[in-house]
Design a protein around this ligand. Sequence first.
Ligand code: HEC
Length: 168
Amino acid sequence: MHLQPKYSPEAPSSIFSYGTSAREPAAGTIARDHVRPHDLLHTGSINGALADSFPFQITAEDLQRGRERFNIYCSPCHGYSGYGDGIIVQRGFLSPPSYHTDRLRQAPAGHFFNVITNGFGRMYPYADRVSVEDRWRIVAYIRALQLSQQAGPSDLTDSDFNRLEHQP
Ligand code: HEC
């Protein structure tokens, strides 16, 4: 059992000219998980600086999906409205900062993308659970949450304002 008539990887061999059982990868071969694209979609940055723009047009469906993903992955700590008062925090976990501070309201979209991708301080990364596109959808939803806590009557369209005025 211990000795079998087969080659283990990198075992000595006289078959190939370089003397081992494993073939060398073709010149220029890159391991799949070593591909690190440098574009806005994958880094949240443009020319090394965190960007305040999105790599694709955000639609109403994207926002819906962002809300769903946020509620699944982020709300347990950050709370449904982003005040940092999620259920895990209520049970004693470290409280994250509210999204409704001046600092995080002014932080570029790329900062949020980066925090989700790489983690931040004691928050662990979500890159293995949330796809690149979904991370941007979550960022868009956080922007909507931030706006929702600051919005006044003048932010409404005339027809929405009228609907609000005539609500029973
Ligand atoms: C298990 C709890 C937990 C979950 C789940 C979680 N976070 Fe956090 N988050 C934290 C904590 C704690 C901090 C503060 C970390 C620190 O300062 O050391 C934080 C910080 C942040 C910050 C602020 C960074 C800054 O500049 O201060 C952002 C933005 C953020 N999280 C976004 C997210 C998003 C988006 C998700 C969902 C994909 C998420 N977090 C999921 C616990 C969590």
